[in-house]
Design a protein around this ligand. Structure first.
Ligand code: B16
Ligand code: MG
Length: 224
């Protein structure tokens, strides 16, 4: 199928902020944790954490407050944040799948497009299970499988490798700036989900996945 004048054979989906709004749970847990070490984490600062691994996120927060800690203390804090995050996650049901996401996954599969998950989250398999959509994915790449988190392209390149497809035939769906950068660094096409001001580097930006369908109208995107 031709999209962006490129033969697209696979779609790689970010999880948090694209398929489900776990981003709000990450924020609540990080804000609580930051407060414990005397840092007030704003929503704007939280944008920098999206798509970034747990330990890298903690480093960003500590740097905001000029706090330096040893590795053992940092691991303890990260574990604490994750326990709070999991309190929210464990309450999740399929009703929390973002509008349009499941419909798009089903539609792409019908068209013979391979589907991968490319998430920095170590909790991604649990979230997919709770949403009851893990069977819609041919390949799942999560934060336990890579050394470098977004904006490094490793997550998406591993997804393409496991699908046995060239990166240039993959399109990535991302809500985070770091994720858009990772997709581009992987040599993939990218659809940004969210605000054009923030995700302007993506080939196309849409506010959400409601009524988003492939193939896209070639007059509606900016890439040749
Ligand atoms: P965890 P994504 C990312 O998931 C989140 O956007 C980011 O906020 C989080 O810190 C990261 O996963 C790690 O998550 O602590 O669950 O391993 O957007 O790449 O799906
Ligand atoms: Mg995300």
């Amino acid at each position: 199928m031709k999209v962006f004048n490129t033969e697209i054979q696979a779609a790689i989906f970010d999880l948090d902020g694209v398929i489900v709004d776990t981003a709000k749970y990450h924020y609540l847990a990080w804000k609580r944790l930051a407060k414990e070490v005397g840092i007030d984490l704003s929503e704007e600062e939280n944008e920098k954490l999206k798509g970034v691994s747990r330990m890298d996120s903690l480093d960003i927060i500590l740097a905001l407050g000029g706090v330096t800690l040893d590795t053992a203390s940092k691991v303890q804090l990260a574990d604490k944040k994750n326990a709070w995050f999991l309190e929210f996650v464990n309450q999740m049901t399929p009703a929390e799948i973002l509008s349009g996401a499941k419909e798009l996954l089903v539609d792409l599969r019908k068209q013979g497009i391979k589907i991968a998950l490319g998430s920095s989250s170590k909790n991604a398999p649990l979230v997919l299970r709770l949403l009851n959509i893990e069977k819609l994915f041919d390949v799942i790449v999560d934060g336990t499988m890579v050394k470098n988190s977004k904006p490094d392209p490793e997550i998406f390149l591993l997804g393409a490798k496991l699908l046995a497809l060239p990166p240039s035939t993959c399109v990535v769906f991302e809500d985070a700036e770091a994720g858009v950068e990772a997709a581009l660094a992987a040599g993939m096409k990218c659809v940004g989900i969210g605000s054009p001001a923030q995700l302007h580097k993506a080939h196309q930006v849409v506010p959400d996945l409601i009524n988003f369908s492939f193939p896209v109208d070639s007059t509606k995107h900016i890439l040749n």
